[in-house]
Design a protein around this ligand. Structure first.
Ligand code: PBG
Length: 324
């Protein structure tokens, strides 16, 4: 008790603070999301996400070189199709923008982990993450399509696939499909606890993936639930997930902490598009100190228990950390 105990003793200077610091930011868990679109020499900035582009495979490779130089170890690729249809056929096309981007990165021999988002919403005309019948998103018929998309990514050379659709059983379906084709060493990072969140707003502009009717509440989780998140995670682990993800990050730090506590697998968190856009907008107005805010956000996500962070700030974070 005070006056014997004085917590301020260990905050007197930076050396002391460094000695007792519990969370150390590093670049090793950073994953940078990128949007691949068809064509060549295409580079369109996403209006609501300054510094983030829809780009063709040749441009993706150029930015990947920059990532390697900055010390960002991994990317996650999202794809935009040439043409959308009812069942998202282009999701598994060997000549899709994602598949071509992976091949181009491999050909450039970059020392970079390539993760792919596996979903149908960017590829379907209705913008839902599964196939539709009578206005309903069907679960089981969507699994084969998702597994085929994952297989096409593995064939193109992806290191890891990350299903984000939230259909029941998709991790198992993907694991089975990959194993059947001798891709038993390709890891699965499951978007295990993915909430139906307004924080995905800017992403849907970037990926052109807004649902054309209804919303995603019948497959993404209710933001009010945390026990259900633990069940979702347990199921994905049983089906063969290697890494489990919580998404979004900031309004769900309690979920990250509970998942970290309960399970032994590596935990990832997705610092999603609106979390990024809000920081950018406030920084542009001169209302906040962007660097301090972003590093504090990264610290909070890691402190909550995520060692892997998918973030649009990855390049800046790597720059700032490497300077220190
Ligand atoms: C696709 C997907 C989404 C995000 C990642 N994968 C959007 C959605 O579910 O509507 C969101 C990422 C972000 O907001 O940065 N299912």
């Amino acid at each position: 008790m005070f006056p014997v105990n004085r917590p301020r003793r260990l905050r007197r200077n930076e050396a002391l603070r460094g000695m007792v610091r519990e969370t150390h930011l590093s670049t090793s868990g950073l994953v940078y999301p990128m949007f691949a679109c068809p064509g060549t020499k295409v580079r369109n900035e996403v209006a609501s996400m300054p510094g983030i582009y829809q780009q063709s495979p040749d441009q993706i490779v150029e930015e990947c070189r920059e990532l390697v130089d900055l010390g960002v170890p991994a990317v996650i690729l999202f794809g935009l199709p040439e043409k959308k249809d009812e069942i998202g056929s282009e999701a598994s096309s060997p000549t899709g923008a994602v598949q071509l981007s992976i091949e181009a990165i491999r050909k450039a021999k970059l020392n970079l982990l390539v993760i792919t988002d596996v979903c149908l919403c960017e590829y379907t005309s209705h913008g839902h993450c599964g196939v539709i019948r009578d206005g309903e998103v069907l679960n089981d018929p969507s699994l084969e399509l998702l597994a085929n998309a994952a297989l096409s990514h593995a064939r193109a050379g992806a290191d890891m696939v990350a299903p984000s659709d939230m259909m029941d059983g998709r991790v198992g379906a993907i694991r089975e499909k990959l194993d059947e084709h001798k891709f038993q060493d390709i890891a699965i990072m499951a978007y295990a606890a993915k909430y139906c969140s307004a924080f995905y707003g800017p992403f849907r502009e970037a990926a052109d993936s807004a649902p054309q009717f209804g919303d995603r509440r019948s497959y993404q989780m209710d933001p009010a639930n945390v026990r259900e998140a633990l069940r979702e995670v347990a199921e994905d682990i049983e089906e063969g997930a290697d890494i489990i993800m919580v998404k979004p990050a900031l309004s769900y730090l309690d979920v990250i902490a509970r998942v970290r506590d309960r399970f032994d697998l590596p935990v990832a968190a997705y610092n999603v598009s609106a979390e990024f856009s809000m920081v950018k907008a406030a920084a542009r107005n001169g209302w906040i100190d962007e660097q301090r805010i972003v590093l504090e956000i990264m610290t909070s996500i890691q402190r909550a228990g995520a060692s892997i962070v998918l973030t649009y700030h990855a390049k800046d974070v790597a720059r700032w950390l490497n300077r220190c």
